[in-house]
Design a protein around this ligand. Structure first.
Ligand code: ADP
Ligand code: MG
Length: 141
């Protein structure tokens, strides 16, 4: 068996979308393969002096996080495979590693780069996941 539960690390980048497409391609090989799509929303640290203004920023970030996974849900709904999207608050690295462990995901698919502009190296999230994941990581380029 190739894998049974794929975790797709999903920000808003083109490569994250390609990662989802790759996961779907794999899942089409076997209807028993499950897909989990995780988008981490990292809220800014809240200095108390700003009070309510920060609550509004947090609210719109949460709302936006849910919008990000809606596009993934639309694609996944066309598959016979079981799938689920997750919007998790916190660091992407911690959220991905914890989710993979708790849910026994046996393959992580993610972009080599994300949204930041630097081109040469792996992104910081992909770098840490490749280093720390106990399961195989497929980096999409
Ligand atoms: N907030 C996030 N939630 C889920 N996955 C993420 C998040 N940020 C990045 N990723 C995953 O990590 C990949 C690499 O992104 P990242 O390491 O952040 O590079 P960059 O530094 O270019 O933004 C993305 O293509 C995506 O698969
Ligand atoms: Mg990034």
């Amino acid at each position: 068996m190739l894998c049974s539960k794929i975790l797709v690390a999903y920000d808003e980048s083109e490569l994250a979308f390609k990662s989802l497409e790759k996961a779907i391609e794999l899942a089409k090989l076997d209807p028993a393969i499950e897909i989990h799509v995780l988008h981490a929303v990292t809220l800014p640290i809240k200095p108390n002096i700003y009070g309510n203004a920060f609550q509004q920023i947090e609210e719109s970030m949460r709302t936006h996080g849910n919008e990000v996974v809606q596009k993934a849900e639309a694609l996944l709904s066309e598959l016979p495979n079981a799938s689920q999207t997750y919007v998790i608050e916190g660091s992407a690295i911690t959220a991905l590693l914890e989710h993979a462990k708790t849910n026994h995901c046996d393959l992580i698919i993610m972009g080599s780069r994300g949204l930041s502009g630097f081109k040469e190296f792996l992104g910081s999230v992909s770098h840490s996941i490749v280093q720390q994941s106990p399961v195989p990581v497929l980096l999409v380029k």
